[in-house]
Design a protein around this ligand. Structure first.
Ligand code: COA
Length: 316
């Protein structure tokens, strides 16, 4: 469990933005093309509709532009772009290169692929770059899972969708927002959820569900401990938006009431790298997060990866 060294230069989020494709696909629409129903999908997953469309670069440019505009900074002052994605637009180059050009940045840019844990991995990586002397980092989480989904497979097609969320983090003079963090992977489980290059997603849903709850809880506990907090002191949990029942089971084990979680999956489905920023900034934009609140971000995904971070929300 990494403990952030005292004196390490911290960072905080100074601007954010999100992006969802315009096209909305409801459960009823899916049930016209496969053997499923709105009732089944809602009951088993909590998902009601999802947004489909766009490319990873186009969604990233939209969310990234909003985050830069909100932060009010000169794009040329951004030192690095870290893009979390499992669905790059091309094999080569990294999609972050396309996004860097699209946003007129002049900085290093690279992709991070840690599946649905990716945004938290990227956020932690961004903080690491700040600790190494950089000042401003653009962290984006984007996925276009609809492009690697078999739309005749009811095991997966009901779950996955597209979206993007972005944050500008800036080195802070005082203590940074990141209080504790953790990430992990267990590659022995890779066959539970995978897509071959050029292929579509295959998933052992039940087993992913079972493991997901366990690894989310383990990772969250490590981050909370590293932050020097207890679960009682977590004001809001922002979990990966995969399945409402997974979130409920994990929160029950953590002894955190559902009233202290952010859930957007009913509107978004599972957007992988975008899911945590979409849920975080939805809560912030609705005024659910106050300055000084302790926010737990916790994700899991293919690999099987898990990642969590406790951040102290502070706008001033
Ligand atoms: N519509 C209607 N019926 C469906 C269905 C669908 N889309 N998918 C499966 N069923 C049926 C099954 O055939 C089964 O029928 P049976 O009882 O007659 O055999 C029944 O519903 C139960 O199926 P099961 O697979 O046990 O459902 P579940 O409760 O495990 O839910 C998932 C399936 C995929 C929703 C669930 O396992 C899940 O969310 N897993 C985690 C997936 C995940 O989070 N992946 C992303 C990781 S980042």
């Amino acid at each position: 469990m990494p403990i952030i060294p005292s004196g390490a230069i911290g960072a905080k989020i100074i601007g954010w933005g999100t992006s969802l494709p315009q096209k909305v696909v409801t459960n009823d629409e899916l049930s016209k093309t496969m053997d499923t129903s709105d009732e089944w999908i809602r009951e088993r997953t909590g998902i009601e509709r999802r947004h489909i469309g766009g490319t990873t670069a186009s969604l990233s440019i939209e969310s990234g532009r909003k985050a830069i505009e909100m932060s009010g900074i000169d794009p040329l002052s951004i030192d690095a772009l870290v893009l979390s994605t499992t669905t790059p637009d091309r094999t080569v180059p990294a999609t972050s290169a396309t996004v860097q050009h699209g946003l007129s940045l002049r900085c290093g840019a690279f992709d991070v692929n840690a599946a649905c844990s990716g945004f938290v991995y990227a956020l932690i990586t961004g903080h690491g770059l700040v600790a190494m002397g950089m000042k401003r980092i653009l962290v984006i989480g984007t996925d276009t899972l609809s492009r690697i989904t078999d739309w005749t497979d009811r095991n997966t097609a009901i779950l996955f969708a597209d979206g993007s969320g972005a944050a500008v983090i800036e080195a802070s003079s005082g203590p940074g927002q990141l209080l504790g963090w953790d990430f992990d992977a267990d590659g022995s489980l890779e066959d539970l959820l995978y897509a071959e290059i050029g292929g579509t997603l295959h998933m052992e849903g039940k087993e992913v569900f079972r493991r997901a709850v366990r690894i989310m809880v383990e990772s969250a506990e490590k981050s909370i401990k590293a932050a020097g907090l207890t679960t009682n002191e977590i004001d809001l949990v922002v979990p990966h938006q995969a399945n409402l029942r997974i979130i409920e089971a994990a929160c029950k084990r953590l002894d955190i009431p559902m009233s202290r979680t952010s859930v957007v999956l009913n509107e978004t489905g599972n957007t992988s790298s975008a899911s945590i920023p979409l849920a975080l900034f939805d809560a912030v934009d609705r005024g659910r997060v106050k300055s000084g609140d302790n926010v737990l971000l916790v994700g899991f995904g293919a690999g099987m990866t898990a990642a969590s971070a406790v951040i102290k929300w502070n706008q001033s």
